[in-house]
Design a protein around this ligand. Structure first.
Ligand code: UD1
Length: 430
């Protein structure tokens, strides 16, 4: 797709956020742990979720849409443990099916997963966890093959609080009788949402600081569950209001999940008002807020998935800023594109140094990751003239149902079009 943004309009109004993509993906994967019907509500209509639904169908689940965002998922035919490569490669989170399929069927096989090109994406912690639970896992010709062997509960320490590895281990251990303990687990709200689903399905899960206890069950059953709000999309719209200037309220979000962002916006001098399920940001636009220091870290630290949007914001702050990325080592492709728009950014390893500029200049930029796409769109809101965002691989739609539409409803001048063949070819050379 191609977005054209004409900068200079302030944003006013309300946006309601959908369910979190990063919660919906593991929740969907967890449905293979039972043959019963699981009903998931508030499932966002984004590309990655559609891919995960297609993956579930490919291994034998029947997925029916009951209402917009509400899906009934149950086993439709005999389950199989080897989903098609073409689907798996589209989505990094497809790797979350390795353990659940193995624990249900005794075997599973997945090719190395795909996803956004934001850094080396190893799976060693997933494998370490599954092996500790008794799985035999080998890599054969670009595939990971898992066999159940003698499955047992275990104590597993994660060297790094990986979100995916924590979810993989939780789901697998939920079907292994006995108590599994993960120390140093990820503590993201999406991990806790998965814990809530697994508890409703019949597993025992207890969360304490630095440890997660999973009491596995012999079988798990169906239930109904509502996906938590998308904190990253909520944050994106708040940063949109902050950068463009205006008065934006994000509804149906959980302010508690956004603390790292909200306190940072407040520190920069923006007006932030928190309510029970909504947050309002009021801003005078570029130059009205100060620069600052942001370090992307595991939750409850500042989310890496808001780092690109924050870089767009800080590029038009008053004074200098420093952004350090500790989660994905090469998540800075958007810096080069922002620099093409006039941002003053210097990269040194995993740290970006910014000097705030008075304004950006519209030009053609390319997207290589969903959040970078959002960041460039936000930068376009304050750029002089037209910013043309070329998203050849539909990255933005992987995580946003209708980014352009929502910004347009808030008052942005933004047009979404399908990419023409010549534009696809024209940008490949870059
Ligand atoms: C999830 C999110 C993604 C977000 C990330 C960090 C989903 C679907 N995606 O991705 O949007 O950016 O959390 O908040 O929820 N790592 C290892 N070994 C492993 C696994 C991970 O070294 O086995 C490293 C990664 O290279 C990376 C870091 O851990 O440097 C974070 O990865 P992880 O927390 O696993 O992220 P994902 O679950 O892939």
């Amino acid at each position: 797709m191609k977005l054209t943004v004409y900068g200079g309009r302030r944003l006013f109004g309300e946006v309601t956020v959908d369910g979190a993509k990063n919660a919906a993906l593991p929740l969907l994967a967890a449905t293979v742990l039972t043959d019963d019907e699981v009903i998931l509500e508030n499932v966002p209509d984004v590309g990655d979720v559609r891919t995960m639904i297609a993956l579930l169908e490919s291994v034998g689940k029947r997925v029916s849409a009951l209402d917009p965002g509400v899906y009934s998922i149950r086993t439709g035919r005999e389950l199989v443990g080897i989903p098609p490569d073409s689907l798996v490669r589209k989505l990094r989170a497809s790797f979350l099916l390795l353990g659940p399929l193995m624990v249900r069927l005794g075997y599973s096989q997945l090719p190395l997963p795909g996803g956004c090109p934001i850094g080396v994406r190893p799976v060693d912690l997933h494998l370490k966890g599954l092996r500790a639970l008794g799985a035999q896992i080998e890599s054969r010709g670009g595939f990971w093959c898992a066999a159940a062997g003698q499955l047992r509960s275990a104590e597993i320490h994660l060297d790094y609080p990986s979100v995916g590895a924590t979810e993989q281990i939780m789901m697998t251990a939920a079907l292994i009788p006995g108590r599994t303990v993960i120390s140093n687990p990820a503590q993201d709200p999406e991990v806790h949402d998965l814990a809530r689903l697994l508890i409703k399905m019949g597993a025992g899960i207890m969360i304490e600081p630095g440890r997660l206890h999973i009491e596995g069950a012999k079988t798990l059953s169906g239930t109904v569950h509502t996906v938590i709000p998308d904190r990253i999309n909520a944050g994106t719209f708040l940063i949109a209001g902050a950068i463009a200037g205006g008065d934006v309220t994000v509804r149906r979000c959980q302010p508690l999940h956004l603390e790292a962002l909200l306190s940072k916006l407040d520190e920069l001098g923006l007006t932030v008002q928190e309510h029970v399920e909504s947050v309002r940001v009021i801003s005078d636009g570029p130059g009205s807020f100060a620069g600052g220091r942001v370090e992307a870290r595991p939750y409850p630290g500042f989310p890496t998935d808001l780092q690109p949007q924050m870089m767009a914001l800080l590029s038009v702050a008053r004074g200098s800023s420093v952004i350090k990325e500790t989660v994905w080592e090469s998540r800075f492709a958007h810096a080069a594109e922002l620099a093409r728009m006039g941002a003053q950014i210097r990269l040194e390893g995993a740290t970006a140094y910014l000097e705030g500029v008075r304004g950006l200049v519209g030009t053609q930029v390319c997207v290589n990751d969903v959040r970078a796409g959002a960041a460039l769109t936000l930068a376009g809101l304050v750029a002089d003239g037209a910013t043309v965002i070329i998203d050849r691989d539909e990255h933005i739609r992987r995580g946003y149902r209708d980014l352009a539409g929502e910004l347009h409803r808030l008052g942005a001048a933004i047009i979404e079009e399908t990419l023409e063949e010549k534009e696809v070819v024209g940008t490949e050379a870059r």
